[in-house]
Design a binder for this molecule. Structure first.
Ligand code: FAQ
Length: 331
């Protein structure tokens, strides 16, 4: 997507500088551009901290898509029928495609794809908490495709109004595809919710297990978020973590209740005076554990990616081989 774009030395003249060490005139002009709603492009001047934050966020997003393919991917061979299998295969393939778009967008900021993959495999880079939980039954795939995609769409349609050109263009395309995933997820959920008692029980059990990770998905409470203030100021994030969580609850709690499902939080209610949802502490300690490598599936997820990286090495080497000769198949 950004094939001819390489970062020039002058693009990173301010490499490593803190915001208060930046050239004040350039910084003021940069912030004024953002204020006017202009997009920042890869060769434009940007403060080092803006570049660093974007690399961190887009890279984590890309890793989330590629690791996010795994919980659902394990159900492709066990899908209940051919129609569901085809739809799931297409969805999983889309998620991997999203990772490609996002790695390309992050590369425009000067970090190579190889470095990003290495940082994922070594455990240095984070990816979304939700993909460190197991998809135990087919109903889990329905909950992922409906509610996690719903959360992702809320986050991404908001971020798609942001200031960095390559990221917002990638997000626009991703959001179109995610909207199909949401329809597929909702269809799967409605099918189970209106099915046999066993199917309903499977669905309820999946919702019970995924609810907490979904509450964590939007990030820590604003009071504990370290990056939000800066990112909102530079219009990388257009809403805070709590605002996105509230938007999700507003849109999806009524839909969940409509299907006759229960949400495993006795304190969940919308306060009529504040207009805000109130909920129990979703165990933030668990969130920090999971995003720092100690969730139920972190080790397994990274082991699968390392395996894929190792097994695919010969293909990448062959593709990069300048003198490669193509063999004509005999049949
Ligand atoms: N998981 O200061 P904040 C998808 C980390 S795509 C893991 O609030 P920020 C598609 C955060 O990185 C899902 N880590 O951070 C799909 C930071 O750590 P650091 C991914 C998290 O950046 C669907 C620390 O906590 N989407 O699902 C999480 O301002 C179905 C402090 O947090 C994106 O990445 C978390 N949930 O706000 C695929 C969207 N939350 O870096 C397959 C872009 C926070 O200092 C199937 N990202 N942390 O070590 C964002 O919008 C933001 O990065 C937030 C976090 C909102 C996720």
């Amino acid at each position: 997507m950004y094939g001819n774009l390489t970062v020039r030395p002058e693009d990173v003249e301010n490499w490593g500088k803190k915001v208060d060490q930046e050239n004040p005139e350039k910084l003021a002009e940069f912030e004024a551009r953002i204020e006017r709603g202009e997009k920042i492009e890869p060769h434009d001047w940007m403060p080092f901290e803006y570049r660093r934050q974007l690399i961190r966020l887009i890279e984590q997003h890309a890793h989330s898509e590629i690791i996010g393919a795994l919980p659902e991917g394990t159900w492709i061979t066990r899908a209940p029928n051919f129609r569901r299998k085809l739809a799931l295969m297409a969805k999983v393939q889309d998620e991997v495609g999203h990772a490609q778009l996002l790695y390309s967008a992050a590369e425009t900021l000067g970090k190579s794809r190889e470095q990003m993959i290495n940082d994922l495999l070594s455990g240095k880079s984070k990816y979304s908490n939700v993909f460190n939980y197991p998809a135990k039954t087919w109903a889990d795939t329905a909950i992922i495709a409906w509610l996690i995609d719903a959360g992702a769409i809320i986050n991404q349609t908001t971020n798609a109004k942001g200031s960095y050109g390559p990221y917002v263009r990638a997000l626009e395309r991703i959001c179109w595809e995610e909207s199909f995933h949401l329809k597929y997820g909702y269809d799967s959920v409605v099918y189970l919710a209106t099915g046999t008692p066993k199917q309903r029980a499977l669905l309820q059990d999946a919702l019970n297990r995924w609810w907490r990770p979904i509450m964590h998905f939007f990030g820590p409470p604003d009071t504990a978020s370290v990056h939000t203030e800066k990112l909102v100021k530079w219009k990388v994030k257009l809403a805070t973590n709590d605002e996105m969580r509230q938007q999700f609850l507003d849109m999806y709690v009524p839909k969940i209740w409509e299907l006759g499902l229960t949400i495993p939080d006795p304190n969940l209610r919308k306060n009529p005076e504040t207009g805000k949802w109130e909920y129990s502490d979703p165990n933030w300690e668990e969130f920090w554990q999971v995003i720092n490598g100690n969730g139920p599936c972190n080790k397994e997820r990274l082991a699968v990616r390392r395996f894929a990286e190792e097994k695919g090495r010969w293909v990448r080497e062959a593709l990069l081989q300048p003198n490669a000769r193509y063999v004509t198949p005999l049949a």
